[in-house]
Design a protein around this ligand. Structure first.
Ligand code: SAH
Length: 211
């Protein structure tokens, strides 16, 4: 076992203590080398359970919340066709790629999107398709999705994301501006069941032009 696989295992163990108990999710957290998703100067902090800056005012999410959101999807029975909004570093996308069959991810900042794409190629993760675009619009040509995970906080639930959910599908997102809550929305035909979970802190889901 090298230094980084040991660190990955320790990180998985740490989030396990916080309630992420699904073995598939824990395996994914243990196996993805998180230090490759941050700049080299921050690599020594990569296996701590904290969010870290990734440039352009954005952050790589805290491993606990990555695990939590992924676990919600697994427990819902999702196995494939997951859309992520907010690729950022690509870390959450890599985790999703390990857990689910087909994954799609949209990022509005082209520079981040390109770097994330390269990281996943380097790790031989080929079941994650990425595009540069506005996440408020989802990814219509790939819809409907079994699950959609939003990793930046909108002030209201984007209508397109609800529309692009499969019947029975689940949307998980941080909702709000100053005070944010982790919310799940499950689709039952034309009905959407909203459940509010714990308080969270994400960067905002930006409206308007891409960068
Ligand atoms: N899932 C990421 C976390 C990234 S932080 C990771 O694992 O690293 C949130 C990301 O959402 C940022 O990269 C930001 O640029 C992106 N974002 C914000 N508004 C967006 C929008 N409207 N469409 C797509 N991406 C957006």
């Amino acid at each position: 076992m090298n230094q980084f696989t040991r660190s990955g295992a320790a990180l998985a163990n740490q989030v396990k203590g916080l309630g992420i108990t699904n073995p598939v999710v824990l395996d994914a957290l243990a196996s993805i080398p998180r230090h490759l998703f941050v700049e080299q100067v921050l690599a020594h902090k990569a296996y701590e359970n904290t969010a870290l800056p990734i440039g352009q005012g954005q952050t790589i999410s805290q491993p606990y919340i990555v695990g939590k959101m992924t676990q919600i999807l697994v427990e819902h029975g999702v196995t494939s066709n997951v859309l992520e909004i907010g690729t950022g570093s690509g870390y959450q996308a890599a985790i999703l790629g390990r857990v689910f069959k087909n994954v799609f991810s949209v990022e509005r900042i082209r520079q981040l999107q390109l770097i994330a794409k390269r990281r996943l190629q380097k790790l031989d993760i080929y079941n994650v398709q990425m595009k540069h675009g506005d996440g408020w619009l989802g990814w219509e040509s790939k819809a409907p999705f079994d699950a959609i995970i939003v990793t930046a906080a909108p002030s209201s639930i984007p209508a397109a994301l609800k529309e692009q959910l499969k019947d029975g599908g689940i949307l998980v997102l941080p909702l709000g501006t100053e005070n944010q809550t982790l919310v799940t929305v499950t689709r039952q035909g034309d009905e959407y069941l909203e459940v509010h979970h714990e308080a969270v802190k994400f960067v905002p889901l930006v409206s308007g032009d891409t960068a």
